[in-house]
Write a protein that binds this ligand. Sequence first.
Ligand code: 13P
Ligand code: SF4
Length: 315
Amino acid sequence: MTNQQLKEEILRLKREKNAVILGHYYQRHEIQELSDHIGDSLALAQKAQQATADIIVFCGVHFMAETAKILNPNRKVLLPDMDASCSLAESCKAEDFAAFKSQHPDHMVISYVNCSAEIKAMSDLICTSGNAEKLVRSLPEDQKIIFAPDKNLGGYINHVTGRNMLLWNGVCSVHDAMQSEGILKLKIEHPEAPVVAHPECNAALLKVADFVGSTKAMLDFIAHSDAKEIIVATETGILYEMKKMCPNKHFITLQDDKSCACDDCAFMKLNTLEKLYLCLRDEQPEIIMDSKLIEQAKRPIVRMLDMSRQLGIIK
Ligand code: 13P
Ligand code: SF4
């Protein structure tokens, strides 16, 4: 089938089966185009909670589809490629984390949504990059906190809030690999261009950024910036939305300087048009979860969404 035929078939199957496609900003452009809702982790978790379609096709990575299932357990949730994992989720195994947690019984656990359902079930509160800072600030100052699994995001939150959260030693393999030296070189070549960076980047890179924020916060920043050129330190899938929003701005990435595609998340890019078509046709791979695990993992996610509404982060 040609790409055009695949697109037509996907839309037909979606209508026939009353399915909704949720797509993360890091998906391939052709998948973003077909998605009913495109968003960052926080927006997509909210959409998953509100979904009324019979089938949710999650075009993202496994922990996102799992979160959709946890929030809407009576719907069928499909993920086009079950191997679409995440280095952060993989860095934090349930057994190891349980041992770490038991060493600090007086700490509450905040976990970044990029983790398995087992880790969520051991957490008091979930966060995303879009709400982490405000959620942490809303807690009593003397509250002891374990933050897992992203040491870069946790370190950044410690830096801006003055907290001293205990950090799990995980990283996003894509953002952590971006180097400040490359950004500094781009800054010299484009002195007027501000640098926007995702807080999953390493501390040295964040130090040279003009704006640090979640995917959605970076989109808001570029929409309101007068700059004609912007240096972007995050996964390159976001450029599709940035160019759509601001067609007259020029976005520069670390990839402009190299021949590799190392700013692409290989896990996110596992989902293809063909796999999306097959997944809608065959209604698999499906996320299947134990109901007790769903119950336990749901509590801290719902707490995150409720607190985010109370704090005015989401509607
Ligand atoms: P957000 O969608 O919260 O910006 O997270 C980025 C990311 O790396 C998702 O895997
Ligand atoms: Fe995980 Fe990083 Fe890929 Fe996001 S970009 S899914 S955090 S590896």
